[in-house]
Design a protein around this ligand. Structure first.
Ligand code: ZN
Length: 271
């Protein structure tokens, strides 16, 4: 079995302090959440930025300040979002690639997102992939639907994506594909041979169930307040690190030792 690669999505775009008062929001809070997550076993940080009012922002200055603080605190691999938040334009979402992060998420298609939707038209997906290729940023191919897996395959055929490929399979977004083990298995079987994939289950049940299944079947895990604010039913997580620690323990018990950030750099061919 492959080593386990844990991604921690500490903040996200939509989660609020009302949902979990321990949500990290400022660059300093995000950097210390990243360092704690690394300490607990995470190798990749999935990064969104917030403005001083706590709203999602695509301001590159805020991203830069946040990345500098994270870099000073820990060696974790940084994967910036290009999914941004509901209502942001594609130009706004891709601007952060100027900073040439090691990794970035690339949404591979349009998806319902609760009462809203996130549009990723094919030309925009191509554009994101092309910028990442040019700047040496390794994408995580976020797939919310099977058609997104096929879109990624098209981009491989077009030469915009090259192995090693890493997918994020996102299930249980309200309005999207619901989580169950058979659905995750089916998604994973549809990926190209040798592809790396991380299960991203939304909500308390979705996150835990998806991670359990990924541990058993050779996938990787993602946890964090972007996806889920609960530790148990009725008990909000104390920190992102608490969620990482649990999934790290489950992985090791199942015989999957944890990959370090440097091992992930090797595995995913990061520059
Ligand atoms: Zn995100």
């Amino acid at each position: 079995m492959r080593k386990m690669v844990i991604t921690c999505a500490v903040t996200g775009a939509e989660t609020t302090r009302r949902q979990n008062p321990n949500l990290p929001v400022t660059p300093a809070e995000i950097a210390s959440a990243a360092a704690e997550a690394r300490e607990a076993g995470a190798a990749i940080l999935h990064l969104h930025a917030r403005d001083p009012q706590g709203n999602p922002t695509c301001d590159t200055g805020t991203f830069r300040a946040t990345i500098e603080k994270i870099r000073a605190a820990t060696d974790i691999v940084i994967e910036v979002t290009t999914g941004g938040a509901v209502g942001m334009s594609i130009d706004e979402r891709l601007a952060v690639l100027e900073l040439e992060p090691e990794m970035a998420s690339l949404d591979c298609g349009t998806v319902n997102f609760g009462e809203e939707y996130i549009v990723n038209a094919l030309p925009d997906v191509r554009r994101g992939a092309a910028i990442m290729r040019e700047k040496g940023v390794r994408p995580t191919l976020e797939c919310f639907d099977l058609s997104h897996v096929d879109t990624a395959a098209l981009l491989v055929e077009e030469g915009l994506l090259t192995p090693p490929l890493h997918y994020g399979l996102v299930l249980n977004v309200p309005g999207g594909v619901r989580y169950d083990d058979a659905t995750l298995d089916f998604f994973a079987r549809r990926l190209p041979p040798g592809a790396h994939w991380t299960a991203i289950g939304i909500g308390g049940h979705g996150e835990l169930a998806a991670n359990n299944r990924a541990i058993e079947t050779g996938g990787y895990c993602r946890v964090g307040f972007e996806d889920n604010v609960w530790f148990e039913r009725g008990a909000p997580a104390e920190s992102n690190a608490q969620l990482v620690e649990r999934v790290a323990r489950m992985s090791v018990v199942a015989g999957r030792n944890l990959a370090t950030p440097d091992e992930v750099r090797e595995l995913f061919g990061l520059r």
